[in-house]
Design a protein around this ligand. Sequence first.
Ligand code: C5P
Length: 309
Amino acid sequence: MTTVTALAAAKLNLYLGVGPPRSDGYHELNTVFTTVSLHDEVRAQAAPALTLQLTGRYAAGLPADDTNLAARAAALLARAAGIAPRVTLTVNKQIPLAAGLAGGSADAAATLLACDELWQLRTPREELLTLAAQLGSDVPFCLHGGVAVGTGRGEALRAVPGPRPFHWVLLPSPDQLTTPAVYGELDRLRVLGGAAAPDVTSGGSSLAAVCDAVAVGDPDRLAAVLRNELAVAALSLQPQLAQTLDAGRAAGALAGAVCGSGPTCAFLAADAWHAAHLAHALVSNDPGWPAPIVVTSGGHGASLVGILS
Ligand code: C5P
């Protein structure tokens, strides 16, 4: 029986500019995404009907029914192809949940690839990206991978090539934040004057500075221009994140940032050695850190890694 395995890469935002809410409830974004080498694994196996199994460190707490984004991705691809979704999906969850790392979106992107291969559909990449956008704002980028500028609600992508990956240490939180709650908090703070208005240079100089740093692969330049306009809202909902950011800086990070809508914090290192050293310093300074610390680096998006027939 054929089994297809795909990796589902988590994402960080190197720059996240958030416009006012649109009439459809989404916010217009100017963002620079990067996928990193922190993966879930999605296995797709031929089966009489669509079923989902969850394994791995973060399996508990996720729905294993048809509301799960991986199951929705398989159902959508099958519907688009006019076939029945005959697959058992096994998702090995290693990306923290509701953490600002797009773990669910990553699973959906990897599921599209795995099922496309399992069902021998050969769906053109542009069509897969269109289906991905129907599943969620971050799913197209999780399929695209690498470093890319995202506009619209995040689904319109332009690749930003660079010579080398950046190195990161991620400090996941024991707590979760839901994306709508964080966007809602940003809107509330902006109305109250407690958060900066949208960066008028979004799409202009700040985003351009991040793209320039990526294009030359310079972590010091990147450290100086990392920006996340959702961070103020994540910090408002979880004030203890300020201590997390301080801990990373005290341990010698080049810069720290809240990942997307949080609460995971990402710390930029100069190179792989510095990232390992940084992680070691974080563990030594706070041996009781309540969630596993992740050492990672920029990598590709969702990708097939095995076909066993
Ligand atoms: O697209 P997705 O379903 O992942 O978005 C989840 C939620 O995040 C949306 O319902 C919305 O509240 C918020 N969101 C937003 N603007 C975006 C992306 C997401 O307000 N560009």
